[in-house]
Write a protein that binds this ligand. Sequence first.
Ligand code: GDP
Ligand code: MG
Length: 139
Amino acid sequence: MSDLEETLVLVKPDGVARQLTGEVLRRIEAKGYEIVDLKMVTASRELLDSHYEEHQGKPFFEPLVEFMQSGPVVAVRVAGNGVIAGFRSLAGTTDPTSAAPGTIRGDLGRDWGLKVQQNLVHGSDSPESAARELALWFA
Ligand code: GDP
Ligand code: MG
């Protein structure tokens, strides 16, 4: 039995624009996870610099931060047993082109070639990231 955890899920601007917020929330709830808090936010540069601090300096950092500011995102605090790794499995691997069928990115992500950043969702990758990111988005 995994520990009860909380994680940060973001429906990214492409997911919101494509009206897939409900589908993402449906998959979270169908798995039995609890939506504890939820809000729509147009993220500031400062928030995104902190959120993606591990990626600063990488070639995809600027396009990623610009993309994440291109429209509102839906931020969700999600609770459940083992939900940090569990939501990452629901989401699928980073690149929608190769993400497995049955996952959010595999089923719904579009193969748009170079735009790997448009992969619909974010999920925290560790307990430390989850605590840090939840404090940022739900301060
Ligand atoms: P995640 O944890 O699966 O979201 O992936 P990472 O933490 O490695 O990367 C953060 C986000 O940056 C990803 O979700 C993508 O939106 C974007 N990203 C990662 N790698 C690439 C890349 O090679 N090219 C581009 N354009 N975007 C990337
Ligand atoms: Mg990540």
